[in-house]
Design a protein around this ligand. Structure first.
Ligand SMILES: [Zn+2]
Length: 307
């Protein structure tokens, strides 16, 4: 058999645990492994995985975001999962081998107990992909064939269509973020958006990608930087001049905001002046119940901004 047909066979015959919680959309079996593999394929496309070893010791935020984008397309609200769950259990597949931390032995019991990234990192450095499998993943046609093997073997026709659409959005978002990085001139960005007609979901994700990266996950208003143990970042990407008015996704029209500052920004309680300094409304300044955390950027109280 060729590398391609062997790889396709592996992806089309994943060992998935049956369970009463899982719907017909996922053929009544656990969806974690195929959804993580879809995210891995996207990350290979993005250049975020460049070798047949996937480390867990560094930042896993992008892998986690891609996994969650797929997860949310087909899994009912309220059900969540850690990427550590499939990352560990994929060790039972012939193409994925966990690499232990020095001095550690990985047992089936350890794998069975893994439900958090923190726990996974205690015993594993990462996973080694079969070399032939990784070679197949490096070409666009190879990834397409592997993606289809996952979609057709693990999901209903309807769920597969949603996931296929998500994979197109993810690739489009990446292309869009690359364009934004390459051509960060205000009028040009506007032209690119109009000319190429990106879907809003791809545009949002692409803009988020460059803004979160530019600010390195740090809130531009209060300075907080949090990446949770489960690899969620605290920040959102917001437009300084709203998209509805500017249609401008230039990184200079973006800022990373933590959830609290994003809310305060949307409510008009905090903002950015023309000279890019942080301004807060009088209401915030005078109400002792609504003091914001200490701000390294020293917000000015601008009397022109009133609640
Ligand atoms: Zn903040």
């Amino acid at each position: 058999m060729t590398d391609l047909s062997t790889s396709i066979k592996h992806f089309a015959s994943l060992n998935r645990a049956p369970g009463a919680t899982w719907t017909d959309a996922i053929k009544r079996k656990a969806p974690h492994k195929p959804l993580l593999l879809l995210a891995v394929l996207d990350l290979v496309h993005r250049g975020g995985i460049t070798a047949s070893f996937i480390a867990v010791t560094g930042d896993l935020v992008e892998l986690n975001e891609l996994f969650n984008l797929y997860w949310r397309r087909i899994i009912p609200l309220g059900q969540t999962s850690s990427i550590a769950f499939p990352f560990s259990r994929l060790d039972r597949e012939p193409f994925w081998t966990l690499v232990p931390q020095p001095g550690t032995t990985i047992t089936p019991a350890i794998i069975n107990n893994t439900s958090s990234v923190t726990y996974l990192r205690k015993y594993a450095l990462g996973a080694k992909l079969d070399k032939e499998m990784f070679r197949v993943m490096q070409s666009g046609e190879g990834r397409e064939a592997l993606r289809e093997a996952l979609l057709q073997s693990c999901f209903s026709v309807e769920a597969a269509a949603l996931l296929r659409e998500q994979s197109i959005i993810n690739r489009e978002a990446f292309d869009y973020s690359r364009l934004l990085e390459e051509k960060s001139h205000l009028p040009l960005v506007k032209e690119i958006v109009e000319a190429d007609n990106y879907r809003p979901a791809a545009r949002d994700q692409g803009f988020r990608r460059i803004v979160v990266k530019a600010y390195d996950h740090r809130c531009s208003l209060c300075g907080v930087r949090i990446i949770t143990p489960e690899q969620h970042t605290v920040v959102d990407a917001a437009h300084i001049v709203p998209w509805s008015r500017s249609q401008n996704d230039d990184v200079r029209n973006g800022m990373a905001l933590c959830k609290l500052c994003h809310w305060a920004f949307d409510k008009g309680m905090m903002g950015v002046s023309d000279s890019y300094s942080v301004i807060t409304s009088r209401q915030i300044a005078t109400d002792p119940n609504s003091r914001l955390p200490a701000n390294p950027f020293r917000p000015q109280h601008n009397p022109a901004i009133r609640p």
